[in-house]
Design a protein around this ligand. Sequence first.
Ligand SMILES: C[S@@+](CC[C@H](N)C(=O)[O-])C[C@H]1O[C@@H](n2cnc3c(N)ncnc32)[C@H](O)[C@@H]1O
Length: 490
Amino acid sequence: MALYLNAAQILEKSERKQGALKTLVYDSKFSNIKQLFALVCETQKFSPVLEEIIVSTKLLKHTKLKMHLAKVLVYDLLMGQGLKCGGSWKATMMKHRSRLQAQLARMKVKQKVSRNQDLLPVSAQQSAKDQLPRYVRVNTLKTTVEDVVDYLKRDGFCYRGQALKLGDLKLEKKDFVKDLHLPELLAFSYKTDFHDHFLYKAGHIILQDKASCLPAYLLHPPPGSHVIDACAAPGNKTSHLAAVMKNKGNLFAFDLDAKRLATMSTLLLRAGVTCHQLANQDFLKVDPDSPKYKDVEYILLDPSCSGSGMVCLRDSGPVDQEEENARLASLASFQLRCLNHGLKFPRLKRLIYSTCSIHSQENEEVISACLLQNPHFRLVPLLAEWPKRGLEPFSQCLRASTSETLTHGFFVALLEKHREAERAEPQSAVQTSDMEVTPAAPSIGEELPAASEENSQASDCEEKPAFAARETDNLPNKKKRRKKKMAKLE
Ligand SMILES: C[S@@+](CC[C@H](N)C(=O)[O-])C[C@H]1O[C@@H](n2cnc3c(N)ncnc32)[C@H](O)[C@@H]1O
């Protein structure tokens, strides 16, 4: 119920120009922001179609629902993944379902189209090429990539081997591939919906965008290590960290939002995560000198951000630039405080910072300010083969985008403690690790090596030729020359 109430309120406020859609969604503090965002975007996109259905079936008169609430309910009932509520709303909507379906069918016949999408004006229609693949992360705490591939093949999906280039991720119908960068990731057509699939419900697969899989994969804490996930809910990255750690070690996960933590608890249970300790706590108030965290060597920091990288299917309209700048400045200041706090943990080796923002204010500028304030940390160059890099001079970092990486917009930076720098004379703030990081997947049963000593990954494709075994991207002794001045965070 809360999902639909929130979505209806946001649509109403957006119509009254009380804020940009994205801001309103974030400000709602709803436990599952992505779910709410998707519902609001889709309902707004289909708004004229939904309104016509509602008006012509006299739904408001029959049910006493208000227009915005009716729209989100009708959207999910007829075009979405089915109603996610019970009680009186569900009963009411089910009572009127056949009339609503009949009206939708009449509209399609009238316009001589077969798909809901084709009812939209041409300007609002999105072609298949603009859609992102449906990414599925195999949860190695419960199964293996091979078992999932076999299961899906028996279930009518068509395995096309390992992707060799980005274009191979654009898939049709029941085709699927192994991703070209991340070993435990499968890609499907954007139309594939796994929400009702056994593998999803049993926690064997996690529905997670490819870019969002980067932080845990690149941080790569070895089994047995002590790790902090600083802003953890709803927990996709926490469950990924646990999988990398093979459920061995201590994974301390913090979040301020109790509701989101409750969702996270369910997700972690379903994923079979056992090495975690959840705390409804402000990360900024966690004491780095507490004996509890004395062995923490790895931190994943994915703090609240503007969410500007999340693909919304419809432009949320004009934004008040002054308001937006103030919001970004406030987020950046929070993100920098979190980063500085994370770097205070005494035994910290590596911290990975990520946002789903495309704004440099929340990405490169935050990293720049942090490095200036923490000269004993440096950036580690990440995934040499990743096509989109951080803005200069931060090419060690990764960016992601719909056009260049077929993912949501994203940013990742890996900071590493530079022990020599602690002893040496003050140096230029920008330093680069000698190691590039491209964690490789171990074969089943093999222990994970430390991130800096990764081995190459032999692939194991079936129907199609797979990647050849890849040279490690670690280039020990490869001296990086960059020593550049950082721009200051304004
Ligand atoms: C971008 S989301 C994290 C998503 C999460 N890493 C995942 O992959 O599922 C940011 C989270 O930070 C939490 N948060 C915001 N301020 C915080 C703080 N001071 N301490 C801990 N958590 C905080 C928010 O409640 C929100 O759940």
